[in-house]
Each structure stands twice: as structure tokens, then as C-alpha cells.
Write a protein that binds this ligand. Structure first.
Ligand code: SF4
Length: 413
């Protein structure tokens, strides 16, 4: 009897203690998550070339700053950098460290930058710096994207020097590419301000994680955009690329809303994003929200960086993706990184004839005159010559009230 009383007493004490602990835990305030920070870098080692006050940031009361240039919204302590490694808080102000500090200045066919229907067969000047706001495991350019500027060989340019170089080399377009151009926003913007009045077109090739305000500002100075849509699964986007699918989709809609020429590339990686249901869902989304005329380029993965254990994409996988996108209703679908494949070329959606004959990045023939297919006279959207632009069809008609406000028909004030 005595033993039983003791057991009951002990059980009661344990239950009461557990209840008290639970109550204390539930009532405790939830700790504010720590801001994501890059590891500190010694200020003394910074190269002064390239340092320039950043745009799109706010000071905070405690000396930290908040950068709102891209989806990460970094809160950066004094002397530290954002996730992209190229934006630093110096005494409560945010600086870019890569203004004009170019790690690449390459003249190449525009097709190499993923653009198929904006002045095909012409050259672009591609510019890039160190740094990136994504962490793509398959990155081919990791030696500059996943590095601090101090660790990358670069040469300093002014915006006018970039424009002069493009003109001298016969490029028709300047593009921010190779690394994520968002991270050198200020320089790209200043190049665009000078380039377009001098007859050059502006392009950027992006992961589309840029925030809305800087995006709209840059689009005002931009003619065309290539977006890497890296898949259609939010979890894969986060784990393999360090990105956010929802933000990317929002950016795509804004680019179309602003009326800029848009093309999409999708690198198909075996076991990562090669599920055909996902490719179908992606194609249907593009059709519904961007329209049938946004070209979609499926490109072949080759093992690189942290995915060297994966095989190259089988060509049949790319062909299957191509067929699904065409079935979904996308008019212009190509296959890239497979030199000589039939679908390097673009075909007329009306008569099925080859209208841009490509081999890899080379355009051998263009059967389009005055923005129409040479075979059946079907209008072909694209930028064929300066001033001769057939716009991409908008599937969803614009809201008449907001359009009227935009064009000043209704006084919005
Ligand atoms: S650009 Fe993006 S990653 Fe870089 S500091 Fe700003 S918010 Fe962070």
C-alpha cells in the first residue's frame, strides 16, 4: 500500500512538472530569426576600384542596412556583405564593390545568350562581374559567380568605355549575363542610359530574383530579357539553386506587363527537373500567363560544379520536353546545347516550315520578311530589324481601366 502511494505521488509530480514546462515553453516569445549574413571579410583587403554607392537599400537604427535589390532582402551588419558577396555595409551605407569591375567582356552571337528571335544572327557584347545571388549546383561559371570580387580577375571600365567597345566590335546589343546581372545593377543601368541613345539595344539574362522596384526601373532602359526558368518545383528551386520559384514567376509576369521582349531558357537536368509532368505544368503556366509567343528553349545539361556525378541530359528527354511544350500550345520551342539538332532551328507555327535555320549558335538562314513567314505570310513575332517589331501576343487581354489610366485616358489622381 505504501509503495503504491509513492508511485501515485511520483506520477503526479511528473505530470505537474511536464505541464508547467509546456506552459513556460508555449508562453515564451518566439525569437526573431537571425538575418542571413555572408561571412565577414577584412575591409583592408578591398580593392577600391569598383566601389560605388549602391541603390535600393535602407539604413537601420543600429548601423545595419537592408538591401532590397533582390528576393533575399539582406540585412547587413557594418563591415559585412550580402549573400551575393558584392554588396557591403561601410559605416552604415551600402556599397557595390563591382561597379565597372568586369570579369568578362565577350562579343558573341546573341543566340549564345539564349535569345533566339531578337535580331537573330547579330552579335552581343556580354558583360559580367563577380558574385551572384543564387547558389546553382550546376553553375558553369562558378569561378566568377561563387567568388568574392577580390578573388576574381577583372578590369575596370566606365559605362562609356563599354558602349565604345560594343560599337567598335560591331555588336548590336549589350547584355548583362554570365553571372546574375542584378548584382551589378548600378553599372548595367548606367551602361543602358548611354547605350540606347547611341543605337545599341540592351538586354539582360537573369535568374529573375530581382525585386519589383529595381526590375521596373531597369526594364525602362531595357529592350529584351532572357529568363532562366530553372524548373517548376518550389522545393527543387530552393535546394538546387537557392532561389524562389514564386518570385521568378512574378518577375516573368512583370516583364510581359512592361511589354519587353521576353524569352525563356530551361536547363533540363537529369533527376533534378526532368519530370515531364513538371515540364507540362511549366508550359501550361507560360501559355496562360505569358502567352504562346514567348520562345522557350530547352537546353542540355553537361556535368559541372557540384553536379558532376549526374549524366548529360539524354537527347530523347529534350525531345520529349519539346513535344510537350508544343502540345501545350507554345509556338516557338527549341533545343539548345545539342549542335546540329533539328530543333536548334525555329519553325513557323502556321505552316511548319523552317523560318530561322540555326546550327548551335550560328544562324544560317532567316526566312522571315517584314515580320512574316516567307512561306505562308503568317506574322512572326520578334525583333527582326530596328523599328520592325512584331509584338508577342498577349493571351489575357489587359484590364481596360488600368490600361486607360496608364495611357492617360482616365485621370488616376
Ligand atoms: S543584391 Fe540580393 S543578395 Fe545581394 S545584398 Fe542585395 S538583397 Fe542581398
Amino acid at each position: 500500500m505504501k509503495k503504491r502511494t509513492l508511485v501515485i505521488l511520483f506520477s503526479a509530480i511528473v505530470i505537474i512538472a511536464a505541464a508547467l514546462l509546456y506552459h513556460a515553453w508555449a508562453a515564451a516569445p518566439i525569437a526573431e530569426p537571425l538575418p542571413r549574413q555572408a561571412p565577414p571579410r577584412p575591409l583592408a583587403q578591398l580593392a577600391e576600384p569598383g566601389v560605388h554607392e549602391a541603390r535600393f537599400w535602407q539604413p537601420m537604427d543600429d548601423g545595419r542596412v537592408r538591401c532590397y535589390l533582390c528576393m533575399h532582402d539582406c540585412v547587413i551588419a557594418e563591415g559585412r556583405r550580402g549573400i551575393c558577396r558584392v554588396r557591403e555595409n561601410r559605416e552604415g551605407r551600402l556599397y557595390t564593390l563591382v561597379y565597372g569591375l568586369l570579369a568578362a567582356t565577350t562579343v558573341a552571337p546573341i543566340e549564345k545568350d539564349g535569345m533566339g528571335m531578337a535580331l537573330p544572327g547579330t552579335d552581343v557584347l556580354a558583360i559580367a562581374t563577380a558574385g551572384c545571388n543564387f547558389r546553382c549546383k550546376q553553375c558553369h561559371n562558378w569561378h566568377i559567380t561563387q567568388r568574392y570580387p577580390e578573388d576574381v580577375r577583372a578590369r575596370e571600365f566606365t559605362p562609356q568605355e563599354v558602349v565604345d567597345y560594343a560599337l567598335r566590335r560591331g555588336a548590336r546589343t549589350i547584355t548583362g549575363t554570365i553571372n546574375e546581372p542584378t548584382v551589378f545593377f548600378e553599372f548595367l543601368y548606367d551602361v543602358a542610359v548611354l547605350a540606347r541613345p547611341q543605337g545599341l539595344r540592351m538586354q539582360f539574362h537573369t535568374n529573375a530574383a530581382i525585386a519589383e522596384e529595381p526590375l521596373r526601373a531597369l526594364l525602362k532602359r531595357t529592350d529584351q530579357v532572357v529568363v532562366d526558368l530553372k524548373g517548376f518545383c518550389p522545393d527543387i528551386y530552393r535546394r538546387y539553386y537557392g532561389g524562389c520559384l514564386e518570385r521568378v514567376l512574378r518577375t516573368l509576369k512583370i516583364i510581359r506587363e512592361e511589354g519587353r521582349w521576353l524569352e525563356i531558357t530551361n536547363l533540363v537536368i537529369p533527376t533534378v527537373n526532368d519530370c515531364m509532368d513538371e515540364i507540362r505544368a511549366m508550359s501550361e503556366w507560360i501559355l496562360a500567363y505569358l502567352g504562346p509567343d514567348v520562345p522557350l528553349h530547352f537546353t542540355r545539361f553537361h556535368p559541372a560544379y557540384r553536379l558532376t556525378h549526374l549524366p548529360a541530359t539524354p537527347i530523347e528527354t529534350l525531345e520529349e520536353a519539346h513535344a510537350i511544350a508544343r502540345e501545350a500550345g507554345i509556338n516557338f520551342v527549341t533545343i539548345g546545347n545539342v549542335p546540329g539538332h533539328k530543333y536548334n532551328s525555329t519553325f513557323c507555327p502556321q505552316c511548319g516550315e523552317k523560318i530561322i535555320h540555326r546550327v548551335h549558335f550560328s544562324v544560317l538562314r532567316k526566312n522571315i520578311t517584314d515580320g512574316r513567314c516567307d512561306f505562308c505570310r503568317h506574322p512572326i513575332p520578334g525583333i527582326w530589324e530596328d523599328g520592325d517589331w512584331v509584338p508577342q501576343l498577349r493571351l489575357r487581354p489587359p484590364d481596360p481601366v488600368s490600361e486607360a489610366i496608364k495611357f492617360g485616358v482616365i485621370n488616376s489622381g
